[in-house]
Design a protein around this ligand. Structure first.
Ligand code: SF4
Length: 378
């Protein structure tokens, strides 16, 4: 099984924390679509004969696309690939793009999952982040999506924002839990270089929240989402009724994926490649029928470390038998030695041959993952 990721690089407005590749030149959409269709042709062999299990429209803001444009892209991919019977087709969307008519049309063209970028229900936070939507638009978008027949609805929230009090974060969470969504992705704010937030932080115009508050907000997220029936299945992801994101799960299970559009990444088990993160050069290359990407062949050490990091971050954990059969007995032994101190301190837990993060361990997952990384080929 394989996945297809399509990066739609347009945003009507840039959010102050965001470091995804995007442009506000929405007028370039027709040229982008032309180039994207060309790229689908040129990359038709990338996934081999793998049936497509997931198609993910990310961005940028894929909800700038008309449903008919999404239908054309899906039809074009289908010319080369069989879609699995239970294919998951996700569109990331901004709440203010999701009118009832738009939602119904999306459903008709085969989109069956939405990922709605809500981030916060508070006007103050939304303004601070330069988001376009209002609280009411966020709430209505989820109800309208249900009404239009979407059963799989994911919402995104951000915590750790400057000035975000525990009380306001709790209100955000309780509001999110009341909505008829099935999936939640919640990320702590990161100050990425090149963003306005990073710039303001460096100039002293913004202050990071203290670390103990960051941890307390994460703890609150885990507790409130669990009370509301959400299962914490990956560090930043929560699902109700096992509505796990198939697209992300495929990534965590090390499956192949093809990335299309500027800045999109692809992976074929032995190498990674990433498209040029620049719309102008992307269009220019494809106009000449040429793909514009950089590529890295993965060494055995890279593959091992990818395996460790992607497996340990989910509730399904890292299977030592799988590690041994995919890599070697030596890799297993080495991992068992590195994991020992974390098992003793209760940051990792072991059930049979599966090692996973404990609740305490999730709080310091970066440190644990770093310690488990191998420094040599196994
Ligand atoms: S967060 Fe989403 S909508 Fe905002 S600038 Fe980034 S890609 Fe665009």
């Amino acid at each position: 099984m394989g996945g297809v990721y399509i990066h739609v690089p347009f945003c009507r407005k840039k959010c102050f924390y965001c470091d995804f590749y995007k442009t506000t030149a929405v007028s370039q959409k027709p040229l982008f679509l032309q180039a994207l269709h060309r790229e689908i042709d040129l990359q038709c062999g990338y996934l081999g004969n793998e049936p497509v299990e997931t198609v993910y429209f990310g961005g940028g803001t894929p909800s700038v696309l008309l449903p008919s444009e999404i239908a054309d892209i899906l039809a074009h991919i289908r010319r080369y690939h069989t879609f699995d019977n239970h294919v998951e087709v996700t569109v990331e969307a901004n709440p203010d793009d999701l009118s009832s008519t738009y939602l119904k049309e999306l459903k008709k063209v085969g989109v069956n999952r939405l990922s709605i970028g809500i981030q916060s229900f508070h006007a103050e936070d939304l303004k601070q982040m330069n988001r376009r939507h209002t609280r009411d638009q966020a709430v209505h978008s989820v109800y309208d999506a249900r009404e239009a027949g979407f059963n799989d609805i994911s919402i995104d929230l951000i915590y750790g924002l400057p000035g975000l009090s525990m009380a306001r974060w709790e209100e955000n969470l309780r509001q999110a839990m009341d909505l008829p969504a099935t999936h939640l992705s919640a990320y702590h704010l990161t100050y990425h270089e090149g963003t306005m937030f990073f710039h303001w932080l460096k100039k002293g115009q913004l202050k990071e929240i203290p670390e103990d508050e960051s941890i307390a907000q994460f703890e609150m997220l885990i507790d409130i989402s669990a009370e509301a029936g959400y299962e914490h299945y990956e560090i930043s992801n929560f699902a109700r009724n096992q509505a796990y994101s198939k697209h992300n799960s495929a990534y965590w299970k090390g499956k192949k994926y093809l990335g299309l559009g500027p800045s999109a990444h692809s992976y074929d088990l032995i190498s990674r490649q990433w498209n040029i993160a620049d719309l102008y050069h992307y269009l220019k290359s494809l106009d000449q029928g040429v793909l514009n990407f950089e590529k890295e062949i993965l060494s055995p050490k890279d593959r091992l470390n990818d395996f460790l990091i992607t497996r340990i971050r989910t509730k399904w954990g890292l299977d030592l038998n799988e590690l041994q059969s995919v890599f070697s007995q030596k890799a297993r032994n080495k991992l068992e030695i590195s994991a020992e101190k974390y098992l003793k301190s209760g940051l990792l837990q072991k059930t049979g041959d599966i090692i996973s993060l404990s609740r305490k361990g999730i709080m310091v997952s970066d440190e644990i993952m770093l310690a488990l990384l191998s420094e040599e080929d196994q």
